[in-house]
Design a protein. Structure first.
Ligand code: AMP
Length: 369
């Protein structure tokens, strides 16, 4: 993903696909024109890359020139096409092939046809690398089209967003942010993340993913992942990032239609936080907030020992292991407060009180997002 000015763009068409499309166009046009020496005319600025690549691939003699029109202002196709550099040679009787980077509304093309109206060329052919059929509003014939694309703003390979992006050798498409709500529920072991997640997921229709629960499920089912995770969990240590991140990605993928997630027990390290950002970006989304339940250590130890009487969790049964989990939290996980604070996404909530009172405190934060 890349950011140009205020917008995010995701990879859309690779350099190889572009190259193949230009090769096809060059072959088709050469076949159709036979021995005639055409004049290829690029429309600046956007077409400079297409023209350069195209003429290198054109297998026969040809002439190349440019005209300069301006059509885009920011993200929208402007009504006002300006002719900045017009024709500078006599094209009477010549076969002219317009080489465009993209045709969307067709307004630039209308201006091209106006320019050629009195030129007495033998024929005027239109070739475009990209074409947006849904946006095209004119009747002019497009003789050669490289790649048809949906009506979404693109940058790269000559195309810009307010001046940036023309130099990129691939094409990127604008990311439309889907309105997901993604929350990291944070806090030391025993803070009440799991309990609160149960209420919040129902209230906000979110998918709750607890990495601890997924590991315990795997242990119960005696999977390879479970066996591996157990060796760390039983000591109160963190499972290695590589394993945990892979598992989390798979859990998120299982819920492709989710309107949002509550992540509980993840991320626990900087590497996990980065991986989570990357994962959300692939869904055209992001983490909205880290909400931390703040509870004193001694209260946590008492809560976990109490839970251990019924939870059946080996890591809740032994005070030394409990304290190790809390130490792991401060050594490796608490730093994530800085990670999310730097993006103004950290919200601390008092985690002591009745379950209902804490749910209300959490909801108050989520409602402001
Ligand atoms: P929890 O149920 O969140 O308290 O997690 C229980 C145990 O599972 C932890 O002590 C770790 O051993 C392991 N675990 C859960 N989530 C993660 C994570 N994000 N990264 C590494 N280990 C984890």
């Amino acid at each position: 993903m890349i950011k140009l000015h205020d917008k995010y763009f995701k990879p859309f068409i690779s350099a190889k696909e572009i190259d193949d499309a230009i090769s096809r166009m060059a072959t088709d046009i050469a076949n159709d024109l036979g021995d005639e020496i055409p004049v290829f005319i690029g429309i600046l600025n956007g077409s400079f890359m297409v023209v350069s690549d195209f003429v290198k691939k054109y297998p026969k003699p040809c002439e190349v020139t440019f005209i300069k029109l301006a059509s885009y202002e920011g993200l929208k196709s402007s009504d006002d096409i300006q002719r900045l550099i017009g024709l500078t040679q006599d094209l009477t009787g010549r076969t002219v092939v317009i080489l465009e980077d993209i045709i969307d509304s067709g307004k630039t093309l209308a201006e091209v046809h106006r320019i050629f109206k009195g030129e007495n060329v033998k024929q005027l052919l239109i070739a475009t690398l990209f074409y947006k059929p849904e946006a095209y509003k004119k009747d002019y014939k497009l003789h050669y089209v490289g790649i048809e694309i949906p009506n979404k703003f693109i940058v790269g390979f000559g195309l810009d967003y307010d001046g940036l992006g023309r130099d990129i050798p691939e094409v990127y498409q604008i990311k439309t942010i889907e309105h997901m709500t993604n929350i990291v529920l944070f806090g030391p072991p025993g803070a009440g993340k799991g309990t609160q997640a149960e209420f919040l997921k129902a209230q906000y229709n979110l998918v709750h993913i607890s990495t601890g629960d997924v590991f315990r499920y795997n242990i119960k089912n005696e999977t390879a992942l479970g066996t591996l995770a157990r060796s760390y969990m039983d000591k109160g240590e963190l499972v290695p990032d590589e394993v945990t991140i892979k598992m989390l990605n798979a859990e998120v993928d299982k819920n492709a239609d989710a309107v949002g997630f509550i992540f509980d027990g993840f991320p626990r390290t900087n590497a996990q936080a980065k991986a989570l950002d990357e994962l959300m970006a692939t869904k055209d989304s992001h983490i909205n907030a880290m909400i931390a339940l703040e509870v004193d250590d001694e209260v946590l130890v008492q809560r976990l020992l109490e839970r251990g009487k019924t939870s059946g969790r080996a890591d809740d049964a032994d005070e030394a292991i409990i304290r190790n989990r809390i130490t792991e939290y401060y050594n490796k996980t608490a730093i994530l407060k800085d990670y999310y604070s730097a993006e103004n996404k950290y919200f601390g909530v008092n985690g002591i009180g009745s379950i209902e009172a804490i749910t209300v405190r959490l909801s108050e934060v989520i409602d402001t997002l």
